[in-house]
Design a protein around this ligand. Structure first.
Ligand code: HEC
Length: 132
């Protein structure tokens, strides 16, 4: 390596260390980090027992192609149309009984003991795979 490219190299190493220490970055997990944690959770807390991520219907609906789709759900005994967004996905995990997909009204998704952080991580993960 020439002296010059070494210098450039050191500059970039320095830059990456510096941005890693940027106080505005610390403490708050990025969406990407959340999604990575959500992926681990998705496979470890039992979601895969009922949900595929390849379009295949298992006991519950596949979750890879749901974002921005129009769906019909039953909410408090009434049929409602809505578009799947972040809030809906979050609600579905937090409180599966609140809105039930019409086509799956006979199937039951169990309420899991997940923290708000974990629900957000799962939500970010599902959104990340839907955006691929
Ligand atoms: C015992 C089976 C079962 C397990 C385990 C389960 N689900 Fe579900 N899930 C369902 C069923 C059935 C539905 C559809 C009925 C409803 O809306 O409640 C559903 C609906 C959903 C929806 C809404 C999908 C849509 O297209 O509207 C999301 C999001 C979801 N589940 C995420 C999860 C996550 C994340 C986990 C793991 C923490 C999980 N589920 C665990 C059965 C399950």
């Amino acid at each position: 390596m020439t002296g010059f490219s070494k210098m450039i190299c050191l500059f970039f190493i320095g830059l990456s260390i510096f941005s890693g220490c940027n106080p505005s970055n610390s403490g708050k997990a990025t969406t990407k980090e959340n999604a990575a944690k959500g992926e681990v959770l998705f496979h470890s807390v039992g979601c895969t027992q009922c949900h595929s991520l390849n379009g295949e219907t298992m006991y519950g609906p596949a979750l890879n192609n749901i974002l921005k789709t129009s769906i019909r759900v039953i909410r408090e005994g009434k049929e409602v149309s809505l578009t799947v967004d972040r809030e809906y996905i979050h609600r579905s995990i937090q409180n599966p009984e609140y809105e039930k997909l019409l086509e799956f009204k006979k199937q039951k998704m169990p309420k899991t003991e997940l923290s708000e952080d974990q629900i957000n991580q799962l939500t970010d993960y599902l959104i990340s795979i839907n955006e691929k």
